[in-house]
Design a protein around this ligand. Structure first.
Ligand SMILES: Cc1cc2nc3c(=O)[nH]c(=O)nc-3n(C[C@H](O)[C@H](O)[C@H](O)COP(=O)(O)OP(=O)(O)OC[C@H]3O[C@@H](n4cnc5c(N)ncnc54)[C@H](O)[C@@H]3O)c2cc1C
Length: 290
């Protein structure tokens, strides 16, 4: 392992200026559950590691009437213990519960999961289906970009040198809306998704028609992606098994999976179909019960 300096920043300005001064040779640390493994394996290097967890801006779960502001370093265990998050963003809780085991979950953050930009990251499809927005702060100021624009390739994101993801904003859904996330892994736990699918639906007042839908797929493209056509097909249609099945076929069509040791491209496409149906049914059931 290459030697590095480790420091805990106490303010956002301090973290930004320390990382900016390193001109790309510094790295932020939230939970460290990706970063420390990557440093040890030599797939990432850093001269300076800056711990973010003592900076208040990275740790809130802050509610307003229209949104949740989720601090980028909030650990998964805080997310899945929160009843209000479970009510408004059930797909996020589904994902937070399956990222690693409980030791990992007390450290690992959804912000770190997003910044690590793995195509198979479990936390990203739930953010995509909830139309989440990233709040970034860097040496040249602040900006907001949607989660759908944030990842640009495997392990690559939009962040510039010294720029940090401070929080993720999730808009609160209307009544009769819900979401779900499921992944397929060959073992019972602690594995990387072969495929992951997130689904979000809003039902009309009749409780039977889908007013709004969004679907997101993980591990079938260089980044997690929205399956736009499949979701558009469902809008305005009855929440029937036939329509769910057709949406699953459309979702399979946008998947661009590779074959690797975890599964073949064909197998992954098949799984997209299975998980799209399952998560849509789950989201619809949850929306009906909400
Ligand atoms: C045993 C084990 C099991 C795992 N299981 C899963 C799993 O089931 N599903 C899954 O998706 N992942 C899994 N992971 C990977 C990892 O735990 C998750 O991706 C986790 O969410 C990463 O969060 P973190 O806070 O630990 O990120 P860190 O390791 O702290 O950071 C990850 C990357 O993002 C950067 N970063 C972090 N926060 C910020 C920020 N606010 N601004 C800018 N850059 C930032 C870091 O510099 C680093 O490059 C597992 C890891 C281990 C070790």
């Amino acid at each position: 392992v290459q030697d590095f300096e480790f420091t805990s920043a106490l303010t956002l300005d301090e973290a930004v200026s320390m990382l900016a001064a390193k001109q790309g040779h510094g790295r932020a640390l939230a939970g460290g559950t990706d970063l420390l493994v990557q440093l040890r394996e030599g797939t990432r290097s850093a001269e300076l590691i800056v711990d973010l967890k003592r900076i208040p801006e990275f740790m809130p779960l802050e509610w307003s009437a229209s949104r949740l502001r989720l601090g980028a370093a909030v650990p998964c265990s805080r997310i899945y213990r929160d009843q209000k998050i479970a009510r408004h963003f059930p797909a996020l809780v589904d994902a937070a519960k399956i990222i690693g085991g409980w030791q990992i979950q007390t450290r690992a953050s959804i912000g770190g999961n997003l910044c690590n930009a793995s195509p198979a990251a479990d936390g990203i499809p739930p953010l995509l289906v909830h139309s989440a927005v990233c709040h970034l702060v860097g040496p040249s100021g602040t900006r907001r970009i949607s989660v759908s624009e944030f990842c640009v390739g495997p392990g690559k994101n939009q962040l510039g040198a010294g720029e940090l993801l401070v929080a993720i904003e999730l808009p609160i859904s209307p009544a009769r809306a819900a979401s779900a996330y499921e992944r397929f892994i060959p073992r019972n736990e602690m594995d990387i998704a072969v495929v992951g699918v997130g689904a979000y639906v809003e039902l009309a007042p009749d409780g039977a028609t889908i007013e709004q839908a969004r679907l997101a797929l993980g591990a079938v493209a260089p980044t997690p992606i929205l399956a736009e056509e499949a979701a558009a097909y469902l809008r305005g249609k009855p929440a029937t098994e036939e329509n769910i099945t057709h949406a699953a076929t459309l979702a399979k069509a946008v998947a661009r999976p590779i074959t690797d040791r975890r599964g073949t491209a064909d197998y992954r496409r098949h799984l997209v179909g299975v998980l799209t149906k399952r998560t849509l049914r789950q989201a619809i059931d949850r929306a009906k019960a909400s």
